[in-house]
Design a protein. Structure first.
Length: 243
C-alpha cells in the first residue's frame, strides 16, 4: 500500500534530502518496497485501485494485475482506505499489517478504531508475512536485479531482468556513468508454477535479459540485444543539491 498519507503528514524533507527539484515527503522519492517482498514481484497500490478491485478465486484482481496478498506498512491510513481493506479482508484477502495505522488529519472518525480492531481480529490478517504467504518468491538469490514479469496468453511467464548495475539508479546522472567493460554472472532461483529453476544469468555489457518460462518450467532466452556506442565519460561537475 502506497504510504501517501505518511508523506503528507511528515511535510518537508530534511535539508540533506532536499534537492533543487525535490521538497516534500509527499513526493515519495525515498520510499522503496520492503526487502522481504523483493522476490515476490510487489507492486504499489492505493485506495483508488483497491476500490476498483475484486477478490475472485482467492486473488485480488485489478485490471490485468492479480495479487495474492496486500502488504501495509504505514503510520497513517485514510478511513476510506481502511474501510475497503476491511471489506476485502472479510472476503478472505490475506493482509500483512506491519503496524496499526492512525487516522490522518484533524477531524477524527468515531468508527476508525473499531474498524481497525475488526481488521486486526481477522484470522487472515497478521504482521508476519511468513504466516500469510502460501507460495515461494518468484526470484530468490543473494543479488536480485530489478525485474518485471507478466503471463502471456500462452501461459508462459515472460521475465525481464534489468542489468544489475542499473539497480538503485538515481539523479543526478553523469555522462559516462553507464560504461561497462565486463560480464556479470548472477545466480538466481526462479519459482514458477511450483517448478524451481536454478540458473546463472549472464549479463553482457549494456545488456538486459528476457526469459520465457513455459508452464512446465521450460526456459528460453529471448533475443533483445542492442549494443549502443560506448558512452563518453566526462568529468563530473559538482551539482547544486540543496535549496
Amino acid at each position: 500500500y502506497v504510504p501517501y498519507e505518511d508523506g503528507v503528514m511528515k511535510g518537508a524533507y530534511p535539508p540533506e534530502r532536499q534537492r533543487v527539484w525535490v521538497w516534500g515527503e509527499y513526493e515519495l522519492r525515498y520510499v522503496f518496497p520492503p526487502e522481504e517482498l523483493e522476490g515476490y514481484h510487489p507492486l504499489w497500490i492505493n485506495r483508488h485501485f483497491l476500490n476498483e478491485s475484486d477478490y475472485v478465486d482467492g486473488k485480488l484482481k485489478v485490471g490485468d494485475a492479480t495479487f495474492s496478498l496486500l502488504y501495509i506498512d504505514v503510520n497513517y491510513m485514510d478511513i476510506r482506505a481502511l474501510q475497503r481493506v476491511l471489506e476485502l479482508a472479510k472476503m478472505g484477502l490475506p493482509v500483512c499489517l506491519k503496524n496499526n495505522p492512525s487516522e490522518p488529519g484533524m477531524q477524527k472518525s468515531k468508527d476508525y478504531q473499531d474498524m481497525l480492531q475488526s481488521l486486526i481480529g481477522l484470522g487472515n490478517v497478521s504482521k508476519e508475512l511468513k504466516q500469510l504467504i502460501k507460495h515461494k518468491p518468484l526470484l530468490s538469490g543473494d543479488m536480485l536485479p530489478e525485474y518485471w514479469c507478466r503471463v502471456g496468453g500462452d501461459g508462459a511467464h515472460y521475465l525481464f531482468l534489468a542489468h544489475p548495475l542499473s539497480k538503485g539508479l538515481k539523479y543526478p546522472i553523469y555522462s559516462g556513468q553507464s560504461k561497462i567493460d565486463t560480464l556479470m554472472k548472477v545466480p538466481l532461483k526462479i519459482s514458477v508454477n511450483n517448478v524451481a529453476i536454478n540458473e546463472i544469468i549472464v549479463f553482457k555489457p549494456y545488456q538486459s535479459v528476457i526469459l520465457k518460462i513455459g508452464p512446465n518450467g521450460d526456459l528460453d532466452y529471448l533475443n533483445i540485444e542492442f549494443v549502443p556506442k560506448d558512452p563518453i565519460v566526462r568529468e563530473r561537475e559538482k551539482q547544486r543539491m540543496n535549496f
